[in-house]
Design a protein around this ligand. Structure first.
Ligand code: 5GP
Length: 120
């Protein structure tokens, strides 16, 4: 069975301001920050503010406003990060088989160099 949302996960703590982050973007529904262990010159994590564990959870349960804000933010941050022209990679590792470590939905934006085949 899919686990319920864990409010003690590290991104929930970042959202509450309990631990700091290097913020890239924020609006009512979305927070984006630099990954603490970057695997490329650009490595940004984009998360919805709501308690969603995965993309499937988010797409099923989030409001239209949240989905629009999140989708737009990922595109705008990719452009602002300057990775658009040469390209970049979006990744959402999901649960055990996807090797997801933090159980709050996050899309990785990776770029700034030609990436290895599999990351992160
Ligand atoms: P996942 O493996 O769940 O797809 O990715 C989790 C990501 O979160 C990893 O790339 C990891 O480096 C990053 N991460 C873990 N803890 C923290 C933290 O406290 N702050 C930030 N900024 N990133 C974190």
């Amino acid at each position: 069975a899919v686990k319920p949302y864990d409010p003690e996960n590290i991104f929930a703590k970042i959202l509450r301001g309990d631990i700091p982050c290097s913020k890239v973007f924020e609006d009512d529904h979305v927070l984006a920050f630099n990954d603490i262990a970057p695997q490329a010159p650009t490595h940004v994590l984009v998360i919805p503010k709501g308690p969603y564990t995965s993309y499937d959870d988010f797409a099923t349960h989030a409001s239209d406003a949240e989905i629009i804000a999140y989708t737009r933010a990922i595109g705008k941050i990719s452009a602002a990060a300057g990775v658009n022209e040469d390209g970049y990679r979006l990744i959402a590792n999901t649960r055990e088989h996807g090797r997801q470590d933090v159980p709050h939905l996050h899309v990785h934006i990776l770029g700034g160099e030609k990436l290895p085949l599999m990351l992160p």
